[in-house]
Design a protein around this ligand. Structure first.
Ligand code: AHG
Ligand code: MN
Ligand code: MN
Ligand code: MN
Length: 337
């Protein structure tokens, strides 16, 4: 029987980030330290999500509602506090935007750094009580030259981000991240507390066979949307229909789309004219990752990363995934314009 080869040279996320830092002679190491704080946040949230049922951490946080109108779960609030504390104590952050805080957090001068972090501390929290995968989504901007960190440093197009990523909490904790040079996936080894490289250089298939959208909104869709999804279910010339997969946690639906291909969408509709998903800490990071993995992300009419938010909780419609699939819906919108 062949000997199981013991890995003695593991590649951790920290090692990968240091490799990236070494490519830039002028790098200060600040981003490396900031990403360590993000990793700490994700590891801490992962343990709380895993123990949630045991510690009675599921359920609502006393009926509180966030600025988006979402009922806050206990884990939304705890995850939010974990991230704010981890990011602030890194000393590398000037501005934070969280789904769970109405206002941007401007870090006090003595702890202020050169980066802005926008994050959704717990994505898919409506699923948490059912034990379905949830996650944390984050995007990082470097503050603008000459700025000492104000809200104008985050009201910027998504293409200005320098890092985007998510950590999905399921059977294991999977971190998927891009520093602007492709996308890598890491799995948390709980025994040593390190994210180990398991999905190097993620490339989304050029076309997939899965569509992922909440069909419960079909009554409210616009014509191009209706025509597009109808064409996937009743394809012309005898092609096979696409499969439908919708988990309802953006992190889980996007993770599957990156790995398997196809399309994920939260369209604008008659009920929500800008869709439901928030630009800064859901659409931008997922669009950044999708493009870095060779896919596309549009609102229907324009590239998601080209938009500039007016307010920190602005929403935008999103169709993201395999290049050919997104271009199909893009062409239908063009045909109807
Ligand atoms: P969050 O839990 O951070 O508020 O995000 C929920 C989002 C996203 O995770 C998911 O794609 C979408 O809500 C699902 O919305 P519907 O239930 O309307 O389909
Ligand atoms: Mn929410
Ligand atoms: Mn979310
Ligand atoms: Mn959330």
């Amino acid at each position: 029987m062949s000997e199981e080869k013991v890995t003695t040279d593991i590649i951790t996320l920290t090692r990968h980030v240091l490799d990236e830092q070494r490519k830039h002679k002028e790098a200060s190491g600040d981003l490396t330290l900031l990403l360590n704080a993000v990793q700490l946040g994700c590891k801490f949230v992962a343990t709380n999500v895993r123990k949630a049922r045991l510690l009675n951490l599921v359920g609502l946080a006393g009926g509180a509602v966030n600025i988006s109108g979402d009922e806050q779960k206990k884990l939304d609030v705890i995850s939010n506090e974990i991230f704010i504390n981890a990011l602030r104590s890194s000393g590398k952050v000037a501005v934070m935007v969280s789904e769970e805080d109405e206002e941007a957090i401007i870090v006090e001068d003595e702890m202020k750094g050169n980066y802005c972090v926008v994050f959704d501390p717990l994505d898919g929290s409506s699923n948490i009580d059912a034990g379905v995968n949830v996650g944390t989504i984050f995007g990082i901007y470097r503050i603008k030259d000459g700025s000492n960190g104000t809200i104008s440093d985050v009201l910027r197009p998504g293409y200005d981000m320098v890092v985007a990523g998510y950590c999905m909490y399921g059977s294991s904790a999977n971190m998927v991240i891009s520093l602007g040079n492709g996308v890598n996936g890491y799995t948390l080894d709980n025994a040593i507390g390190e994210f180990i490289l398991t999905h190097p250089n993620i490339q989304i298939p050029k076309r997939g066979k899965i569509y992922s959208v909440n069909e419960g909104n079909a009554k409210y869709w616009d014509e191009p949307c209706t025509e597009y999804f109808q064409s996937l279910k009743f394809p012309p010339d005898g092609k096979n229909p696409y499969s439908a997969r919708y988990i309802g946690s953006m992190v889980a639906d996007v993770h599957r789309t990156l790995l398997y291909g196809g399309i994920f969408a939260y369209p604008a509709d008659k009920k929500s004219k800008n869709g439901k998903l928030r630009m800064l800490y859901e659409c931008f990071p997922m669009a950044f990752l999708t493009e870095q993995a060779g896919g596309k992300a549009i609102t229907g009419k324009e590239r998601v990363l080209d938009i500039t938010p007016k307010n920190i909780h602005d929403r935008c419609p999103i169709f993201l995934g395999s290049k050919d699939d997104v271009e199909d819906i893009e062409n239908i919108y063009k045909k109807h314009s």
